[in-house]
Design a protein around this ligand. Sequence first.
Ligand code: PDD
Length: 281
Amino acid sequence: RISYVNGRYVPHADAMVHIEDRGYQFADGVYEVCEIRHGYIVDITRHLDRLNRSLGELRITWPMSRQAMIHVIRETARRNKVRNGLFYLQVTRGVARRDHVFPAEGTKPSLVITAKSTDPAVIAKKNANGIKAITVPDNRWDRVDIKTVGLLSNALVRQQAKEAGAQEAIYVDANGCVKEGAATNVWMVDADGTLITRPAEHGILRGITRTTLMDVAEKLDLRIAERNFTVAEMLAAREVFITAATSICFPVVSIDGQTIANGHPGTISQNIREAFFDVAE
Ligand code: PDD
């Protein structure tokens, strides 16, 4: 495996950043995960637009031009022979002696890019069987709309899910309304077949898969409502599914040990998944 670190392609085992990188000390950085399908990067424009927003919110400068970054992403995928898989991209504020305030102007942001193939059999299995989830109170900071590498809560609740025999943890707000998964957005389908997901203005990450799925739903003539919904509504839903670049769309068949609908993946999420790559750019 070959990875890109600050201007160099290096063997993955030697891909290092300095111990005083602010990503390491303060989680002072942002990231993107993007799917590669048939050698082609899915929704790259939307991912880089969101990266631009994340960098702007943290006041980190672009480490290189957008065009150059696309080139490095493609080259990293090529060197790893990734036809179907993911790339991971991380930009931090760079290396400086530990101090909470920003380092001197001119400190170069760090850029790391990795790419790996995914196993289609693993994805097919999750899709055929559906996944299990648990609900957890949201204990994150209130700027989760920024895709930062500060993912400690997300990691802890995913582990909690695993120990409960589930694959995702769903964050719930103080009013009992569903927010999002540890690394996914959450959707439910009501009795009328309307797709419901939480508005992305506040309190969740605006997932790229979520945005593209809205285009897909329109193409399939499905109704969408962006509104808050409670855990009770979700448990009584016709279908529940989660979306992310890593999985596109996985059906959720059990939450907190309660079966959703008949316990089998629903047809609407299946149809969406099949139509997704016709619509994604
Ligand atoms: N996670 N919400 C959270 C908290 C996420 O971390 C993610 C993505 C999403 C879905 O966003 P998108 O559709 O753009 O992938 C929602 C990535 C995949 C990760 O951390 O691995």
